[in-house]
Design a protein. Structure first.
Ligand code: ADP
Ligand code: MG
Length: 381
């Protein structure tokens, strides 16, 4: 999957050449789960699977059109006014409308989407689609916005237009990651730091439906808000949940599950800093901290599944594997492991057949290195 494939697909669909092609990657988060919407830190890297968006003008037409090689239905829309349909085309049409309302002189367009990134697996495919659209459109209308501006635009689109209350991590990772680096991101100030990351990461997609994800995710967000509100009654200066001290939470005797949720968020944020330090010192990810993260997600944040737990337990028993945890919010989706390249490479076959035997489902497994964020592939304008 590459820009040539994207160009050929566009030609097949529209019988003409694309004028611009932009691409953007998915991401995995090494550590910092559920810290982003609590004002904390995260450490994602861009993976080597990307989404490509190819565009050309559609002069004289009153509507635009977009097709995707992974979705059956095409979407017709007006670039100047966004109308939510509850379909995948919303991501593209909402980005177009955001450009148009920002003053860009945008004609109606023909667009195609090609991708080798699994959608809906917690690898940030929606952000990749948004950012690939952003980069294409920016070149198409000669807009000089920075990648950080585009990340914010895409984040606004996903929250306001598509209607998914997500943190900034996916859009920032897809936009700003650099090859051979993880992105240390402070989600409150939006400061970023590139941290050298030469190790490969194993991605294990459990291929399970994330049916509980939206409802449980929203519930956790409310729990975090409530925990912060109660902690602020004792300490009004508290900036956000991740800035509380674990002792403050213990002393506050928060009701129900709130103490567990808050402790996860606070301790997870501390773990991000530990892993960043270890990466800087030794060039490799501190595996034990990943196991601690998973344990906290399983028992305190309660967002794991039997499949994700199975993978992490199996990783612990594999010589040469140093650490593993669920990644991308949980309730199904993906996990990661780090360790010796040989161990990660040779473990894949057995992992696949044992998982299939245990759950009757084939996982998707692959190794990735830290890849480049969103970029312009081709500009024939
Ligand atoms: P994630 O971002 O973790 O993959 P989401 O549920 O946020 O999961 O986004 C998945 C949705 O994004 C898909 O259901 C689809 O609407 C849209 N999407 C992602 N990639 C593509 C693609 N290549 N073509 C069309 N739609 C896509
Ligand atoms: Mg998404």
């Amino acid at each position: 999957m590459n820009a040539d494939h994207a160009r050929r697909y566009f030609r097949e669909i529209y019988g003409a050449e694309a004028e611009v092609i932009g691409s953007a990657p998915g991401r995995v988060n090494i550590i910092g789960e559920h810290t982003d919407y609590n004002g904390g830190q995260v450490l994602p890297l861009a993976i080597d699977r990307r989404t490509y968006v190819a565009i050309r003008a559609r002069p004289g037409a009153s509507l635009s059109r977009v097709v995707s090689d992974s979705q059956p239905a095409r979407a017709d829309f007006d670039v100047h006014s966004f109308a939510r349909r509850g379909q995948w085309g919303d991501y593209v049409s909402a980005v177009c409308a955001a450009f148009a309302s920002g003053g860009a002189r945008l004609p109606q367009i023909e667009a195609s989407v090609t991708s080798d990134l699994p959608a809906g697996s917690g690898l940030g495919s929606s952000a990749a689609l948004e950012l690939a659209t952003c980069v294409s459109l920016a070149a198409f209308v000669s807009d000089s916005r920075t990648l950080k501006d585009l990340a914010l635009l895409a984040w606004g689109v996903e929250n306001q237009s598509v209607g998914l209350a997500c943190g900034v991590m996916d859009q920032f990772a897809s936009a700003l990651c650099e090859e051979g680096h993880a992105l240390h991101l402070w989600c409150d100030s939006l400061a970023v730091e590139q941290v050298v990351m030469r190790e490969a990461v194993l991605i294990f997609d459990t291929a399970t439906p994330r049916s509980l994800r939206v409802s449980q995710f929203n519930q956790r967000r409310l729990e975090c808000q409530e925990a912060l509100r109660l902690l602020r009654q004792r300490n009004p200066a508290l900036e956000n949940l991740t800035s509380a001290h674990p002792d403050e939470v213990r002393d506050a005797r928060l009701p129900g599950d709130l103490a567990k949720r808050a402790l996860h968020v606070i301790e997870e944020n501390i773990r991000v800093r530990q892993v960043v330090e270890s990466l800087k010192k030794s060039g490799s990810v501190e595996g034990e901290t990943l196991y601690e993260s998973h344990e906290s997600l399983r028992t305190q944040y309660e967002c794991s599944t039997p499949e994700l737990d199975w993978f992490v337990e199996r990783a612990k028993k594999t010589p040469g594997v140093r650490g593993a945890r669920l990644t991308g919010a949980g309730w199904g989706g993906c996990a990661i492991a780090v360790g010796d390249l040989e161990a990660l490479t040779s473990a894949q076959h057995a992992l696949s057949s044992e998982y299939d035997a245990a759950f009757g489902r084939k996982p998707r497994i692959w190794l990735t290195n830290a890849a480049k964020g969103a970029k312009l592939e081709r500009n024939a304008r």
